[in-house]
Ligand binder design. Structure first.
Ligand SMILES: *Cc1c(COP(=O)(O)O)cnc(C)c1O
Length: 392
């Protein structure tokens, strides 16, 4: 059975062009780019090419790109790197709806004695810009805020946020892992100081990412070793992964119009179709600008996990929210922050599309979901439907 993959905010398939581009670096081009001999040294120019491909996607300079192991490391390097460079500042501002790479990190920093403000969001998932501005103080080391929410697709007004931070001379870190490749980004015209991205969310392999650091902003490394990545991120570069990330960035640059149009149309078709056929449906973040590929809904009165299990049996992959938290059957912290009642948040399902999805797939999903929803509604009348299905 062919799988219908609608969980692209959790991870994406590697683009065939990316696979093609990185294979030589698993075979004959295996040298260490830092080696003094030609065999290794010839590889270094491919790191430069990848850096340039990313810089073109983001509208920045190649030397402002530092390669990392992924989004989580980029988020950690950004936040802790800035804090370490300005040890006299002890205050951080972030939001309640961040990905765990920022949220859990900030909770830990708070345990370590930092003062952290977690901005609240309204029912559309938006922060209050006045609230942000009021919270900035002399002691503020950093504002860390996501561009696009991984669960709901809700976009924060990064342009306005960046102007506030710039006016108060507070560095701004943006977790753009879900925004990159899906909406246009131009760091030349938006004043962002640090920006995180991840390879496996844009059709590159897992285990590689990057951090943009604006020229002139000082950060301290958080791991110590060699001189790679200008000392910001020591360790022998994973050349095949970096080459793959560069290629994925080049492809994403070319695909962005498609993401914005064809993928958005498919998402809208799914949203309209579900809303039209399911009475107990709530679309989360509907009042906000959202990513073109993401649809987060609550099937009211239904256990989302139960619906996902039935979908899984039919070869349809979606998720209840964040893959990083999915092993816990707790309702989403993002939806709770938006004021969604716990009982409704239990019914959350996130559909996230990519350019590889087809209209035919969306039709198929629209055909089966109403029946599955009915089935779970019936099951829910008995206690604990998930347990019941896992161990019949
Ligand atoms: C996936 C994701 C991350 C983590 O990236 P990894 O490469 O998986 O470590 C961070 N932030 C957001 C918003 C994400 O969606």
């Amino acid at each position: 059975m062919a799988i219908i993959y609608l969980d692209n905010n959790a991870t994406t398939r590697v683009a065939p062009e990316v696979r093609e581009a990185l294979l030589p670096f698993l075979d004959e081009l295996y040298g260490n780019p830092s080696s003094p001999h030609h065999f290794g040294g010839q590889v270094e120019k491919y790191l430069t090419i990848a850096r340039t491909q990313l810089a073109e996607l983001l509208g920045c300079r190649p030397k402002e790109i530092t390669f990392t192991s992924g989004g989580t490391e980029s988020d950690n390097l950004a936040i802790r790197g800035v804090l370490a460079a300005r040890p006299e500042k002890r205050h951080i501002i972030t939001s309640q709806v961040e990905h765990s790479a920022v949220l859990v990190q900030c909770q830990e920093l708070s345990r370590q004695g930092y003062h952290v403000d977690f901005l609240t969001v309204d029912s559309d998932g938006q922060i209050d810009l006045e609230d942000l501005e009021n919270k900035i103080q002399q002691d503020t080391a950093l504002v860390s805020i996501m561009w696009a929410n991984n669960e709901t697709g809700v976009l924060f007004p990064i342009e306005s946020i960046s102007q506030i931070c710039k006016a108060h001379r507070v560095p701004l870190h943006v977790d753009a892992v879900q925004a990159v490749g899906k909406i246009p980004i131009n760091l030349g015209s938006t004043h962002i100081d640090l920006l995180s991205l991840s390879g496996h969310k844009i059709h590159a392999p897992k285990g590689v990412g990057a951090l943009y650091v604006r020229t002139g902003l000082r950060i301290r490394p958080i791991t110590w070793g060699g001189h790679q990545e200008r000392g910001k991120r020591p360790g022998t570069e994973p050349v095949p992964l970096i080459v793959g990330l560069g290629k994925a960035a080049e492809l994403a640059h070319g695909w962005i119009d498609e993401e914005q149009n064809r993928v958005r149309q498919l998402r809208d078709m799914l949203e309209t179709g579900l809303a039209g056929s399911i009475a107990n449906l709530q679309v989360n973040g509907a009042g906000s600008p959202r990513l073109p590929n993401t649809l987060n809904v609550c099937f009211k009165g239904v256990e989302g996990e139960a619906l996902l299990l039935l979908m899984d049996q039919m070869g349809m992959a979606a998720s209840s929210g964040s893959a990083c938290l999915a092993d816990k059957l707790e309702p989403s912290h993002v939806l709770l922050a938006m004021g969604v009642p716990e009982s409704v948040a239990q019914g959350a399902v996130r559909f996230s599309l990519s350019r590889y999805n087809t209209e035919e797939e969306i039709r198929e999903v629209l055909k089966v979901i109403p029946g599955l929803n009915e089935k779970v509604l019936q099951l829910s009348k008995a206690a604990d439907p998930v347990k019941k299905m896992v161990s019949p």
